[in-house]
Design a protein around this ligand. Structure first.
Ligand code: GLN
Length: 474
């Protein structure tokens, strides 16, 4: 028992004593270990810690003390989220050996509800990528569960891949800066939910770009992802950007056919088959629709995003110098020589490219032309979204303009062409708006995802619409 159950069903069975938490944990750990040699979803599998936790949860259930929302539910966690005592490297060699002394707030909250942390999932180094192929030095690239010649999408590729692969009850905590939850969810055929910026605490997240980073949930169904969001969301005094927002019952939301805005420019720029499947899904839903134009977001989104995100990333990465966290080298030469040696050996190519880009954009003399202009553009893009939400409840567009590409195709793309693939996901991320990718169809062996975006703090509407899309596409 235990296969094919939603989190809610699983929890009911666990509480009745029909599923042993220890046995289920053992089963999913074995699956994670066995599949890892082929699929590479995990940078680390926390066997010992997970079994210890499972034993404690099991004991608390037997004595009737467990009142949690997720007793025994296995969670995998993106590598950039700190888990106490478990090596957390954000997919980078430069953080080798870094074992946080504390749990990120999201981990603390999930554990308090009885969830079991089974391991750290593969990602692009620090989140720098769209295909999970920009992994750190010495890391493996995860393979798509539907077709191993294709990528999982990034940067939360391991989380999406394993969520799709396992038949056991499981969900994952991911992170998105510019689309890193929605993109891999779409490529792997699972649900990826990114909340409003500030809804979920970032305390304990290894930063990519602070004004953009959001922790979110990934699951096999909208209900699973919503339930996990309910657990991890809420105000946290440890994160100064955390919103003082009441906790919502995201897991109790019912489907509803709300008014959908079809984003013209984002449909226009997608591959024909993707466009067709997404339009079909909206038709099947049978809700009221209206075409919405977001010309500024379509034209300036990518440029503004890559200037802001690399600027913030380049300052964030300055802390990795071989003195505090992770990788150390033999202390030789002056500080400059030592720092250069550590960074040359610790960062892979894309991280170096982003440090250069971001440092350039923030340089005296260029700052006004790039960084400050991108920040102004960002405000305009948010305004454009706000206008759209005065007309419709949620916006819809394909999550990605293409289905999961093959590794061979990715190799032929220039960095700029790779960045351009984030066209549909970047606007909602820049605006800090909640969005969700729901699988709607298969194109051969490759899943297609539809992305729904709602206004700030309107997760409820987004989930209502997502549940309706999900059931229309079953
Ligand atoms: N593909 C985007 C980037 O490379 C988004 C990554 C993310 O959300 N972490 O920056």
């Amino acid at each position: 028992m235990g296969e094919g159950l939603s989190i809610k069903q699983f929890v009911t069975e666990v509480k009745k004593g029909n599923i042993s938490v220890l046995e289920h944990t053992e089963k999913i750990l074995s699956e994670a270990e066995q599949s890892n040699s082929q699929y590479h979803y995990f940078n680390l599998i926390a066997r010992e810690a997970a079994l210890k936790q499972a034993g404690e949860v099991e004991a608390s259930i037997k004595t009737g003390r467990n009142k949690g929302m997720l007793p025994g539910v296995p969670l995998s966690v993106k590598d950039c989220i700190c888990v106490q005592g478990i090596e957390s490297r954000a997919g980078s060699k430069i953080l080798s050996g870094y074992e946080p002394l504390f749990d990120a707030t999201v981990i603390e909250r999930a554990r308090a509800e009885g969830a079991i942390i089974i391991g750290k999932t593969s990602q692009d180094e620090f989140g720098f990528g769209t295909f999970n192929t920009n992994v750190g030095i010495g890391f493996e690239i995860p393979k798509n569960p539907h077709d191993i010649k294709r990528c999982c999408g990034g940067s939360s590729g391991g989380s999406a891949g394993f969520t799709a692969l396992t038949k056991l009850t499981h969900a994952s905590i991911g992170e998105s800066t510019g689309g890193s939850i929605a993109c891999p969810a779409s490529f792997c055929g699972v649900v990826g939910l990114t909340p409003t910026y500030g809804r979920v605490s970032r305390y304990g997240l290894i930063d990519y770009a602070n004004s953009l980073d959001k922790i979110g949930s990934m699951g096999k169904t909208v209900e699973d992802a919503a339930l996990l969001l309910e657990v991890i969301a809420g105000y946290d005094s440890n994160d100064s950007t955390s919103l003082k927002q009441e906790k919502d019952d995201f897991s109790k939301i019912e489907p509803s056919k709300l008014k959908i805005g079809i984003v013209k420019e984002l449909f226009e720029n997608c591959d024909a088959p993707v466009k067709k499947e997404c339009m079909n899904a909206i038709k099947k839903l049978g809700a009221k629709t209206q075409e919405i134009s977001l010309p500024l977001n379509a034209k300036y989104g990518i440029a503004a995003y890559y200037i802001i995100s690399t600027s913030e990333a380049s300052t964030n990465l300055a802390r990795y110098c071989g003195m505090r966290y992770g990788l150390h080298e033999k202390l030789e030469g002056n500080f400059n020589e030592y720092f250069s040696k550590v960074r040359s050996n610790g960062f892979n190519k894309e991280a170096k490219r982003r440090i250069l880009l971001g440092t350039f954009a923030r340089m005296a003399g260029f700052r006004d032309a790039y960084y400050l202009r991108a920040m102004k553009a960002r405000t305009r893009l948010i305004r454009e979204f706000k206008e759209a939400f005065s007309k419709v409840d949620v916006l819809a567009n394909p999550t990605m303009p293409i289905v999961a590409p093959t590794f061979e195709a990715i190799e032929k793309l220039t960095p700029l062409q790779q960045y351009a693939m984030d066209l549909c996901t970047v606007p909602a991320n820049l605006a800090g708006m909640p969005h969700i990718s729901v699988p709607v169809a298969m194109q051969g062996k490759a899943p297609v995802g539809l992305m729904l975006t709602a206004d700030h703090l309107q997760e409820k509407k987004m989930i209502q619409a997502a549940l309706a899309v999900e059931s229309a596409c079953k």
